[in-house]
Write a protein that binds this ligand. Structure first.
Ligand code: UDP
Length: 268
């Protein structure tokens, strides 16, 4: 039986939502608004959820690296962060509603946290970035409780790791933003989630922390409209071209995958 046949149905605000399998990953077919509602359902129920936002590059990495795939598969919430994933979904005959960028998701979670009195711990970025992000988010969402910050350059093993986890738990934050870069952040979150007893939502948000801090800019509206946010990131950071090289590989993988599942799904 294909994983596709096992897509689970869950309810958000009385509506049935289903997961859609794209390239072996169970994406949530939700809008940004629904993604935030789903996350806060977990928080309000006191159940822990890991949220990840794979783009084409990470989806391709999941095909190649078991450790990354296991981490993504252990997440309760999987949001499509990128045009590549949306394109693949369409090609495979299971279109997704919309792109849910990690940066928007984190931003809207912060807005909702301020409204509902929930607290956030910011983990990641270079020295001082999380503090700056904290100040900016609080000024945007008055009343937002940020109960702790921590730079993302620490040893992911042993005593240092234990100390970081202890600080997060002692802060009693309801939400943890993990911004250590992909796929390291997904692996770290999946490996450490059982020790992270305080946060009920653990959201892996990559470079979003630099955007919240005001150190990195979101693409101009024209790029977003043309669905070329990825191009903007390459122009700003040319070294990203190496990572963008995963894209042609991803396209080939999608076509191969399509051939494989054609018999199971009714696609042209
Ligand atoms: N980062 C970190 N610790 C590390 C490596 C990276 O905190 O060991 C931070 C980095 O400073 C940046 C964020 O992770 O703020 C995301 O980096 P990048 O833009 O490369 O990742 P992406 O958003 O593409 O996953």
């Amino acid at each position: 039986m294909f994983f596709y046949d096992m897509i689970n149905i869950r309810k958000i605000g009385g509506k049935s939502m289903k997961k859609i399998e794209i390239m072996g990953l169970p994406f949530d077919n939700v809008t940004l608004r629904e993604a935030v509602s789903l996350s806060f359902e977990f928080i309000n129920l006191g159940k822990q959820a890991l949220a990840v936002t794979p783009n084409a590059e990470i989806t391709e990495l999941c095909l190649e690296k078991g450790e990354v795939k296991s981490a993504v598969l252990s997440a309760e919430i999987v949001l499509p962060d990128g045009e590549g994933v949306l394109w693949a979904a369409k090609k495979l005959g299971t279109p997704l509603k919309e792109k849910v960028a990690g940066v928007d998701f984190g931003f809207e979670c912060a807005r909702r946290a301020a409204e509902e009195g929930k607290s956030i711990f910011l983990l990641g970025g270079k020295e001082g970035v999380a503090e700056k992000a904290s100040e900016k988010l609080i000024s945007l969402f008055p009343g937002l409780k940020i109960t702790g910050t921590q730079s993302g350059y620490f040893s992911r093993e042993g005593e240092e790791n234990t100390t970081v986890i202890k600080r997060i738990n002692e802060s009693r934050a309801d939400i943890l933003f993990v911004c250590l870069g992909a796929p390291a952040q997904e692996i770290w979150a999946a490996n450490n989630r059982t020790s992270l007893s305080a946060p009920k939502l653990i959201a892996c948000l990559g470079g979003s922390i630099d955007v919240y801090a005001g150190n990195a800019k979101r693409a101009p509206k024209a790029f977003i409209k043309m669905r070329a946010e990825w191009l903007w990131r390459i122009i700003r950071e040319p070294k990203r071209i190496i990572r963008a090289a995963a894209l042609p590989k991803f396209i080939i993988s999608v076509y191969k995958y399509k051939r494989k599942i054609k018999k199971t799904r009714n696609i042209k």
